[in-house]
Design a protein around this ligand. Structure first.
Ligand code: BG6
Length: 525
């Protein structure tokens, strides 16, 4: 055991931090969309972090593929600037140098077979120079309209063929493809994309990414639920009154008006990020932490979500769009005044809804979900609201109204878990006050700085699909939101803008809960 590992044991972190995580690789990492924002801000810094933390074997290379005509030297210089700008913490010079030395660039049109011929030449050469063993990870970080084309072209160029046993050295090693979001724009297009990908790839070569699953706190939901024995016995309809999932952002559309106006809050956040959170909270314990065991339990929860009928959409889903308002003490424009947003846009920037998970554990427990732009603050959390205790015991005391116990899993920022419960206020009479036990990640483990993509890249190179979406999970996600998309398309909104920037959404979202005697958890501003 080295000093660092010993120090971790001494600090009591041995069962939490795996000091023995082995480096993954070798691998050639090919990124389509080499000049894009995701590549600069997340992927390259994440690869630097993995190398720095000895989680990536040094025999790797990064081949950027983009439409801009550049040579490798110019691309490297740009990558160097981007690393300096977007690195999550100070990196030793030798790590930066090591990454830069492994960067190459291939330019070309994603539709043009000649680009793939050049890519193959570069790959074969890089495989020799860096000893990447023929393993190839293709990351599709482009606009979604290119996903199917790129995979088709990779297939035609025989770059994704795996065949250790074929005796053809050109097919040695594994070939995997990471597909970014959005995965389709509705159920039909997602099914079509799945069909297109599977014409070229096997299911176990396809890694459909959802960056929420790269967040530590999201991964912690499973550990919290199944690694402790005190929560699971009460994690059901007997004790839980309702579950609320909030993903609020204070930012607006940040120059992404063109994309956002065709997507809207529902497509952008619900079938992917929010349903991932819901499935982790609601799933049954898997029989093991093997990828298929975990994914199957998550898929079962999604399949148990009661389909929304058109009538139910009208009564159980709410949409909103922000008008001008104040965020962080500054006046901000309304959505329709944002760049590249039509003046009469009917796109929603807020959705709230009630879903039911129709299974033995959750029957009659409403799941309330909400997400929106330009809310008072950035916060993602899951709050589990427990039932009230029987009042009988307190009938002769001034305690007229008992609050619910609430367990809050804070996904971001200020990651942690808080439990709110009632305690007696000191004094001669029986009075009750709400108190909280609060665990903050940063107090216990220090603040970990990462891009959120490290684990996802690590797992993909390792071949672990646990944190990636299966084809059927994606399709079930779209099945859940499709009726909302259809009803809202047929009935254009008449009251937009219906919430002011800097507020918690339209009044109808409060009514959704109020008519059942509940309310959204108040999140302090
Ligand atoms: C993206 C959405 O998938 O997630 C964005 O397209 C949103 O609109 C973002 O802002 C939120 O991610 P995070 O990690 O900042 O919560």
């Amino acid at each position: 055991m080295d000093d660092q590992q010993q120090a971790m044991f001494d600090a009591g972190l041995d069962s939490l931090v795996n000091p023995f995580a082995a480096p993954v690789g070798p691998a050639a990492i090919v990124i389509f969309g080499a000049a894009g924002d995701l590549t600069k801000r997340k992927l390259i810094p994440a690869l630097c972090n993995l190398l720095h933390d000895r989680l990536l074997a040094p025999n790797f290379c990064i081949i950027g593929v983009g439409r801009t005509a550049l040579d490798t030297a110019t691309y490297r210089a740009r990558v160097e600037e981007d690393i300096q700008r977007y690195k999550t913490h100070d990196l030793p010079r030798d790590i930066i140098e090591a990454v830069l030395a492994r960067v190459r660039y291939v330019s070309g049109d994603f539709n043009d077979p000649a680009a793939y011929v050049r890519l193959e030449e570069e790959l074969l050469d890089a495989e020799k120079s860096y000893g990447t063993g023929g393993n190839r990870l293709f990351y599709l970080s482009t606009a979604p309209e290119y996903f199917a084309t790129i995979v088709k072209q990779l297939g035609a160029a025989r770059l994704v063929r795996e065949g250790e046993r074929s005796g053809d050295p050109a097919t040695h090693g594994w070939r995997r493809v990471i597909v970014e979001k959005p995965f389709g724009i509705d159920l039909d297009s997602a099914k079509q994309l799945n069909r297109d990908l599977r014409e070229t790839l096997r299911e176990d070569q396809i890694f459909r990414i959802d960056h929420y699953l790269g967040k530590e706190t999201v991964q912690n939901i499973l550990v919290f639920r199944f690694g402790n024995c005190m929560f699971e016995p009460i994690w059901n309809r007997r004790y839980i009154d309702n579950v609320q999932i909030t993903v609020a952002e204070s930012i607006g559309v940040e120059g992404r008006g063109g994309y956002y106006d065709t997507a809207g809050a529902l497509r952008d956040m619900v079938p992917n990020h929010i349903l991932q959170l819901l499935s982790l909270v609601a799933m049954e314990p898997p029989t093991s932490f093997e990828a298929e065991a975990v994914r199957e339990e998550k898929a079962k929860v999604l399949r148990a979500i009661a389909p929304m009928t058109p009538e139910r959409v009208l009564t159980h889903a709410v949409r909103g769009q922000y008008g001008e308002g104040m965020v962080d003490g500054k006046k901000v424009p309304g959505y329709r005044q944002e760049d590249r947003v039509p003046l009469k846009s009917g796109t929603e920037t807020y959705v709230g809804m009630q879903l039911s998970v129709d299974n033995w554990r959750w029957a009659d427990v409403p799941f309330y979900l909400r997400t929106g732009k330009r809310m008072p603050r950035r916060v993602s959390e899951i709050s589990i609201q427990f039932k009230r205790p029987p009042l009988l015991l307190f009938r002769n005391t001034p305690v007229e109204h008992l609050s619910r116990n609430v367990l809050v899993i804070r996904v971001q920022p200020d990651e942690g878990i808080a439990l709110r419960f009632g305690a007696k206020v000191p004094g001669p009479s029986v009075r009750m006050g709400n108190v909280a036990m609060d665990f903050r990640y940063k107090d216990h483990f220090g603040s970990t700085v990462s891009t959120g993509y490290e684990t996802l890249l690590y797992d993909c190179i390792k071949g672990d699909t646990t944190l990636f979406q299966r084809a059927d999970m994606i399709e079930t996600g779209w099945e859940i939101v499709n009726p909302m998309l259809e009803v809202w398309r047929a009935l254009p909104p008449r009251t937009f803008a219906n919430y002011a920037a800097g507020t918690w959404g339209p009044r109808e979202a409060d009514d959704l809960l109020a008519r059942e005697g509940r309310r959204w958890r108040r999140i302090e501003e």
